[in-house]
Design a protein around this ligand. Sequence first.
Ligand SMILES: C[S@@+](CC[C@H](N)C(=O)[O-])C[C@H]1O[C@@H](n2cnc3c(N)ncnc32)[C@H](O)[C@@H]1O
Length: 286
Amino acid sequence: MMTGNDSLLRPCLKWAGGKRQLLSEIKRHLPVPFKVSTYYEPFVGAGAVFFALEPEKAVISDSNTQLILTYRAIKEDVEGLIEILRGHKNHHSEQYYYEIRNLDRDTETFNHLSGIEKAARLIYLNKTCYNGLYRVNSRGLFNVPYGNYKNPAVFDETMLQQISVYLNSNDISITNTDFEDAVSTADRNSFIYFDPPYHSPDKKNFTGYQSQGFGEDEQVRLRDVMIRMTERGVKCLLSNSDTGFVREIYRHEGFEIIPVQAKRAINSDAAGRGSVGEVLVRNWRE
Ligand SMILES: C[S@@+](CC[C@H](N)C(=O)[O-])C[C@H]1O[C@@H](n2cnc3c(N)ncnc32)[C@H](O)[C@@H]1O
């Protein structure tokens, strides 16, 4: 399923916690490709690892509805999506950005948008907003300010088309659900890569993908899912920040904690950019 060859596909979105920087470390700790039949990525985000591996059979999922409908739009009507994106690019200005951003302030208008219109809005906002963040307020309204880039590359037409061909010519299931539900069908021939919102002991770092946060109780729920998957014989790899809390909850028989270093671009505190400690947690040995 995972060929092990280098893929030409790249994410079409910027996403907090994107794994481009950690790819080589992650690749070093993957299971032997031919021993796995289905790849699961239940916190897929921009899908840096998923696209790098280009599995033939996969379940990708995320609780972010706008993100998942974007993948579905790329799969189902990439040319329609590109046409709308072209319009956004041509009209791009600060005023236009806020017009498109504020479409979700009127629920009825927003609900009437088609899947490809919502997907084009997400891609356009993602490429033109401040720092490529996805952040919504407590009412679920997108609230990232204008990014003020000179010439933002709103979309890469060829990459979108290639992603669409890939999604259509392989067995890829795209779901919008909680991580626990997303991996419920995994079996001993599956491999799961868990990339949750990272644990942040001081709440300073960005974890606000959605109005509901991902606190320590959620980190423990995820750990318990990984224990259950281990008992079921499912190979799992998880990434998280290297904190005392993370090390403590994964201090479990059969888990190997591997420290790695990654460069991070999205951090609410500009001075905090740079190299941060992260860990990979793996539940098998070849
Ligand atoms: C660290 S990001 C993933 C980054 C991604 N792997 C990449 O390379 O860009 C975490 C993702 O988890 C999603 N998420 C948060 N809570 C979730 C939950 N309970 N179930 C599933 N996904 C969730 C967020 O929407 C976000 O896209």
